[in-house]
Design a binder for this molecule. Structure first.
Ligand SMILES: NC(=O)c1ccc[n+]([C@@H]2O[C@H](COP(=O)([O-])OP(=O)(O)OC[C@H]3O[C@@H](n4cnc5c(N)ncnc54)[C@H](O)[C@@H]3O)[C@@H](O)[C@H]2O)c1
Ligand SMILES: [Zn+2]
Length: 372
């Protein structure tokens, strides 16, 4: 692997909570220095899955131990099923047994499940302790680890219990993505394409120019490309959350492709289709709506379809009930006073938010991407 200079991206927040996202490869050695220089305690508890402990955790821990840290692991079973209050309670018990103190640090080593769970536990243990994110999926690197949304699921819905709580830093080491299943890597790419459409036309052009290399879904040999895709995405999310931490306005643009995407994801049963796969068709459906509302040119939809197709995404889901998708969308927690909100592109790199899309047009757009 050729060595690419790491990039540091600021997330600017009020109240002394600003932090940096570091993007690069082989970053683990730098983490100890960061923890020391920022006085983040001597004791570190790593929350991770057993396979990730084996793949990366042991190596990370040995580096930290050499620098004088006490490191313990809490292993959490894989999967969305671990994001619940029972798990939170068990983790709090263990932290109390360990007598972890306020200046010590939790480290999330994993995808969005680990990140959301660790962040939430960090937000409530002793009314809030330090935590750092070491995201290991593409989705977590470009999205879930940034912005401070933490939480768990409830039987009544996903992510209903949680807190806004910011990490002290985010270390996105793209070399760990080489062990990620290709389907997960592709799924994360949907969010990267999303940043291109909503606010970063040069990133979208970069994806098009490197489409063949990216669609191989291999990290080795393409370091510069992945470094660019991830760091640009992180920079986009960082700017959006810096301006609108609690999603009163601007942060809403990050939901491009997610209004219909979430409906499809819920209807397919979480786990049936990956999140990014649903967002990909959701972006197509939203762009279709934008065209019908005379907000953007047909060519944008054609380009988006070509790009997603070349990346290996399905552009049409068969066997999904469109009425059920529409109902699932209405139940989504993001629906405000009964109105569906859509993020609609106006040209590449620019979007508007609308809550006046006629129901018939929404149903037509759903039918464009799914059908019995
Ligand atoms: N907080 C936010 O802003 C935010 C944003 C988006 C999504 N999320 C949340 O993120 C979660 C989804 O995250 P995800 O897609 O990362 O899934 P995930 O955390 O479940 O990880 C997917 C799978 O990949 C495995 N894995 C992770 N890294 C690996 C690696 N480097 N090599 C091999 N295997 C690896 C994991 O063990 C797991 O089985 C959802 O719970 C969602 O609600 C949160
Ligand atoms: Zn998403």
């Amino acid at each position: 692997m050729t060595h690419i200079a790491k990039r540091s991206i600021p997330v600017s927040l009020n109240g002394n909570r600003s932090y940096s996202i570091v993007v690069g490869s082989d970053l683990f050695s730098n983490l100890a220095t960061f923890l020391w220089t920022n006085s983040l305690g001597k004791t570190l508890v790593v929350f991770t899955h057993p396979n990730l402990k084996y793949l990366y955790g042991e190596n990370l821990a040995s580096k930290l131990k050499k620098s004088g840290f006490n490191v313990s692991f809490f292993e959490i079973p894989e999967g969305e099923g671990s994001k619940n209050l029972t798990q939170v309670s068990a983790l709090l018990d263990k932290l109390l047994d360990l007598k972890l103190e306020r200046q010590d640090t939790l480290l999330a080593l994993g995808g969005g499940v680990i990140g959301d769970l660790t962040g939430f536990v960090a937000s409530i243990y002793l009314r809030g302790i330090n935590f750092v994110q070491v995201p290991t999926t593409l989705l977590a690197q470009v999205d879930a680890s940034i912005g401070g949304k933490t939480g768990v699921n409830h039987p009544k819905g996903k992510n209903l219990i949680g807190a806004f709580y910011q990490p002290k830093t985010v270390y996105c080491d793209f070399s760990v993505l080489k062990t990620l299943p290709q389907s997960e890597l592709r799924s994360g790419l949907a969010e990267v394409v999303k940043y291109g459409v909503i606010r970063n036309a040069p990133l979208y052009n970069f994806i098009q120019e490197n489409l063949i290399a990216i669609s191989e879904l291999k990290i080795d040999g393409h370091d510069a490309i992945w470094q660019h895709l991830i760091s640009e995405s992180c920079a986009d999310k960082a700017v959006v959350v810096s301006e609108d931490e609690r999603e009163s306005d601007l942060r809403g643009i990050l939901n491009f492709g997610h209004t219909i995407g979430h409906g499809i994801e819920a209807e397919c049963g979480y786990g049936g289709r990956l999140h990014g796969e649903c967002v990909a068709v959701g972006m197509i459906a939203a762009t279709y709506i934008a065209i019908k509302m005379n907000l953007c040119a047909q060519s944008l939809l054609e380009s988006l379809k070509e790009t997603l197709d070349a990346l290996g995404f399905d552009l049409y889901f068969k066997g999904v009930d469109s009425d059920a998708v529409f109902e699932a969308m209405r139940l989504d927690k993001k629906v405000k006073s009964g109105k569906l909100r859509f993020v609609l592109p106006t040209r590449m790199g620019a979007v508007v938010i609308r809550d006046n899309v006629p129901d018939d047009l929404v149903k037509e757009a759903i039918a464009v991407v799914i059908g019995e």
